[in-house]
Structures are given as structure tokens and as C-alpha cells.
Design a protein around this ligand. Structure first.
Ligand code: ADP
Length: 236
């Protein structure tokens, strides 16, 4: 079996396989943590549209200025802004062998536009991993989440606390509590997910691209489930 024993370098660099992985699931499902691991294992970039927007906000760009009030309310940024940003990003050289999307697409219009972009760029292998998890766990994961300033390592004060409070275990940098990880905004983010993003489950099921992943349990167990799927899907 290719599965668990697949060599990391071979998986990342297999000629002709251009891997586009999409992580679908509600805020708090663990998309960010899993995307980091997929990126590392398969040597492809981790494309988080949320991180891209936060970067624009912190640099004070025009795009950041438009996105900021929406993000603060937990609403989605308009499709045309997201799409322009994503298209520019995947045109960069490091995306040539594939990439993993975290937080994109989030609406049907984004999903349809992405199909056109991927077809134009001849991405043959698209896999959508739907991380499934009960609603009550999400709130705890989001309110407890802390993110390292330097590299984005993710901790949770309830489930995965750092060894030293407020600092990253891996690089010692400060841990940040995201401004939209507060109960008031989380409610709106979950509602936006149900309303605008959840219908993509049916959309991708209809395309035969969707694989369900059990998001319960610890991060390593979820990662193993994902690796089995990705390694098994190696050859288109
Ligand atoms: P979450 O943990 O809620 O999945 P993200 O970091 O992915 O958070 O996104 C934070 C915010 O950035 C969202 O609430 C939304 O305002 C904006 N955003 C990120 N990705 C998209 C997208 N694909 N479409 C529209 N808005 C987005």
C-alpha cells in the first residue's frame, strides 16, 4: 500500500501530479493546524485567506482597510476581493506543484471561480477534505485558541496549553488571542459558515471530490486520517 509508508519527498515531487487540496469545515474545526502539517509533509504552500487578510490589515494596505471591519464583525469579505488575492497568490512559482487552501473557498461563487482558475492552470488533482466535528466543541476550541506570533503555531488553553503561559513551545514567541476569537464574533462566524460555506459540502459531493475526515480527538489522530486519504489519492 502506498498509504502510511509513502515517502515524503516522493509524494511532494511526483512529476505530473499537481495537488490542490481544499480544507472545508467550520471555524474551529482545526483547518489551520492540519493545513500546516499537510504543507510540510507534501512540501506545498499553505494558503490561508484569513492569514492573508490579517497580513493586509497589519500592513495597512487598501485591501486590509476594506477587509478589517468585516472581519471584526465575523462577516465574509466580498468574493471579488478574495478571488483577486487568491489568483495572484497561486500564480506565484511556489504554487506550481500544488497548495493547500485553508478558509477558501467559502462561498459557491468562490468555488465556481476556483474551478475555472484551476482548469486554466491544469491542476488535475483536486481533493476536498471535509473536517467534521460537533458544534459544541467548536466554541471551546475558538475561545481557547492562541496563535504564535512568529510562525502561526496553534495552541489551546483548554486542550493543548503551551508549557509556558503566553509563549510558543517551538520558538518562544508571544502567543496572540485573535480579535475575532471572542464569543460575540464567533457566533457570527459560525452563522456565516452555516449560511454561506456549508452548502459547499453538497457542491463538492456532487463533483465526487469530497472526503470526510473525523475532526474529533487530538491533532495527530486527525492528521493520520488525512494522510491516509492523501497518500491513497496519489495517482489521479
Ligand atoms: P476561521 O478561523 O473563522 O476559519 P479565518 O482565519 O479563515 O477564520 O478567516 C478570518 C476572517 O477572514 C473571516 O471571518 C472572514 O472575514 C475573512 N475571510 C477569510 N477567508 C475568506 C474567504 N475565503 N471569503 C471571505 N472572507 C474570508
Amino acid at each position: 500500500m502506498a498509504a502510511a509508508s509513502a515517502d515524503r519527498t516522493a509524494a511532494g515531487q511526483m512529476p505530473g501530479v499537481r495537488r490542490a487540496v481544499i480544507l472545508l469545515g467550520p471555524p474551529g474545526a482545526g483547518k489551520g493546524a492540519q493545513a500546516q502539517r499537510i504543507a510540510e509533509r507534501y512540501d506545498i504552500p499553505h494558503l490561508s485567506t484569513g492569514d492573508m487578510f490579517r497580513d493586509h490589515v497589519s500592513r495597512g494596505t487598501e485591501l486590509g482597510r476594506r477587509a478589517k471591519p468585516l472581519m471584526e464583525r465575523g462577516e465574509l469579505v466580498p468574493d471579488e476581493i478574495v478571488l483577486g488575492m487568491v489568483e495572484d497568490r497561486i500564480a506565484q512559482a511556489d504554487c506550481a506543484n500544488g497548495f493547500v487552501f485553508d478558509g477558501f473557498p467559502r462561498t459557491q461563487a468562490q468555488a465556481e471561480a476556483l474551478e475555472r482558475v484551476l482548469a486554466r492552470n491544469q491542476f488535475g488533482l483536486v481533493l476536498v477534505l471535509h473536517i467534521v466535528l460537533p458544534g459544541d466543541l467548536l466554541l471551546r476550541r475558538l475561545t481557547g485558541r492562541r496563535i504564535c506570533k512568529a510562525k502561526g503555531h496553534i495552541f489551546n488553553v483548554y486542550e493543548r496549553p503551551p508549557k509556558r503561559e503566553g509563549f510558543c513551545d517551538f520558538d518562544g514567541s508571544e502567543l496572540i488571542h485573535r480579535a475575532d476569537d471572542t464569543e460575540a464574533v464567533i457566533g457570527e462566524r459560525l452563522a456565516a459558515y452555516q449560511r454561506q460555506t456549508r452548502p459547499l459540502v453538497e457542491f463538492y459531493k456532487g463533483r465526487g471530490l469530497l472526503k470526510a475526515v473525523d475532526g474529533m480527538g487530538d491533532v495527530d489522530r486527525v492528521t493520520l486520517g488525512i494522510q491516509e486519504i492523501l497518500d491513497g489519492a496519489e495517482s489521479p
